[in-house]
Design a protein. Structure first.
Length: 64
């Protein structure tokens, strides 16, 4: 599953969260974040964790 990094950043900014806070809350490594940045797919579970951490439906973070 591909996560749109810009959408993730937008949702973080909307809620005044730093990316570090989101990664800690979602229990996701910085390596996984780097993979998202360069457009690599992540596991469905990882996408769900990120969506929960920023409080949105996972559909809002998927790359179109």
């Amino acid at each position: 599953m591909l996560i749109d990094y810009n959408k993730l950043q937008t949702e973080c900014a909307r809620r005044c969260y730093s990316m570090t806070e989101v990664l800690k809350q979602a229990h996701i490594s910085t390596v996984t974040l780097q993979r998202i940045k360069i457009g690599k797919p992540v596991r469905i579970k990882t996408a769900g964790k990120l969506a929960q951490a920023v409080g949105v439906d996972v559909v809002k973070l998927i790359k179109e």
